[in-house]
Ligand binder design. Structure first.
Ligand code: ZN
Length: 398
């Protein structure tokens, strides 16, 4: 009997011990959570102190300063008073970190490649190559994207606009070590067309080509400057050796128009000859490109009513003529263009002279920094709300 009582007692003690252990575990769990909560609450309270401290320590302008707390892990503080914002990135425990600390292991190269790709897409070469070599960057980190700001210090010609690239959540979600929000943007934030300062527009035109030596180079310079142009070609030059030049020109979103077949003064021609000037050019052009001529520029800008009424395309003149064929001096051509250009202008150059090509290398970056988008005649007309009509003469779209 005594034996059984002892056994029962042992069982009871055993259960008590188990219950005790369970209670202990519950206590520990509660205590642990409580402790964490306290930590969390304290951090919440301390954000303001931490942020205020950084704002005053770095002389940030408090009215232009904003901050984000990322996944309760990081705090990003940014002061956008200047073109190049000031920026501090810290861990929640107030330890300074840099952009690498927001990335998964070994992803810095992916991040830099993505940044380079987006930069080349948005900015012309004279800006993108300079800023990609800049170590001076700041970051605005939100739940949707990382915006990278670059200094404009070393850009020539002077560019007084904020330079920034957006890396959206969908671009970076696989390389960052925090969670971001995927937002559908209506347009690509890094398209050249989304550069806010480009609020004026001009067309650039090149006469007397195609040219074996210079046309491809001109197309290349246009592309590097996020620009497009209209090439008025001479019909009797449109032979097979120029085919790849014409196709390359069109492939890069440029436009080709007729500069007549034999570059004669149209006002001195009979009606038959005038019609031949168009027809022969149209045929040669179609043979090589399978495209039709939609614009005409009369040689020397010479027209009369007979010419006007018998050129069955819009007739495109110009209002900025730097006389590049006459001066053959890149600086002078540059000055003539820059001093006379206005919103809606049509600029005349020739892809036939080395000095005109040199001038173009100077003109396009300068126009960009002045806020001009440089495009084709048709695009300029469309963006100015003008529907081009056949037999009508256009000097500009001011
Ligand atoms: Zn000409």
């Amino acid at each position: 009997m005594h034996k059984y009582i002892t056994r029962i007692k042992k069982l009871i003690y055993g259960e008590i011990a188990i219950i005790f252990i369970i209670i202990l575990i519950i206590f520990i769990t509660i205590f642990y959570n409580y402790k964490n909560n306290i930590k969390y609450v304290n951090y919440q309270k301390n954000y303001d102190n931490i942020i205020n401290e950084i704002i005053s320590k770095n002389n940030y302008n408090s009215t232009n300063t904003s901050y984000t707390i990322i996944n309760q892990k990081y705090i990003n503080i940014i002061d956008k008073t200047n073109l190049m914002p000031l920026n501090t990135l810290i861990k929640i425990n107030n330890q300074n970190i840099n952009i690498n600390d927001l990335l998964l292991k070994d992803k810095i190269e992916d991040f830099n490649n993505l940044l380079a790709k987006e930069t080349l897409k948005k900015y012309p070469e004279f800006i993108s190559t300079v800023i990609l070599n800049e170590n001076n960057r700041s970051y605005e980190i939100t739940e949707d994207k990382i915006t990278v700001y670059f200094s404009n210090e070393n850009i020539i010609p002077t560019f007084n606009e904020r330079i920034s690239i957006d890396l959206t959540c969908s671009d970076i979600k696989n390389i960052i070590n925090y969670n971001c929000n995927e937002v559908k943007y209506l347009e690509d934030l890094n398209q050249a067309s989304s550069v806010p300062h480009l609020n004026k527009i001009v067309a650039i035109t090149f006469d007397d080509g195609p040219n074996l030596k210079y046309t491809n180079e001109v197309v290349d310079i246009l592309e590097k400057n996020k620009a497009n142009g209209t090439f008025f070609v001479i019909g009797n030059k449109l032979t097979y050796q120029y085919k790849s030049i014409l196709l390359n020109c069109l492939a890069k979103n440029n436009e080709i128009g007729s500069h007549t077949y034999s570059h004669k003064v149209l006002t001195k021609l009979s009606l038959d000859k005038l019609k031949n000037e168009q027809e022969f050019t149209n045929n040669n052009y179609f043979e090589l490109t399978k495209n039709k001529i939609t614009l005409t520029r009369p040689p020397y800008g010479k027209i009369n009513n007979l010419v006007k009424n018998n050129i069955n395309t819009p007739i495109i003149m110009w209002n900025v003529d730097p006389l590049d064929w006459k001066y053959k001096d890149a600086q002078k051509i540059f000055d003539n263009v820059i001093n006379n250009v206005k919103d809606g202008s049509i600029i005349l150059l020739h892809d036939a002279y080395k000095t005109s090509v040199e001038a173009l290398r100077l003109i396009l970056p300068k126009l960009y920094t002045m806020g001009y988008q440089v495009t084709t005649v048709s695009d300029l007309a469309a963006k100015k709300g003008v529907t081009l009509e056949n037999n009508k003469v256009y000097y500009s779209f001011n």
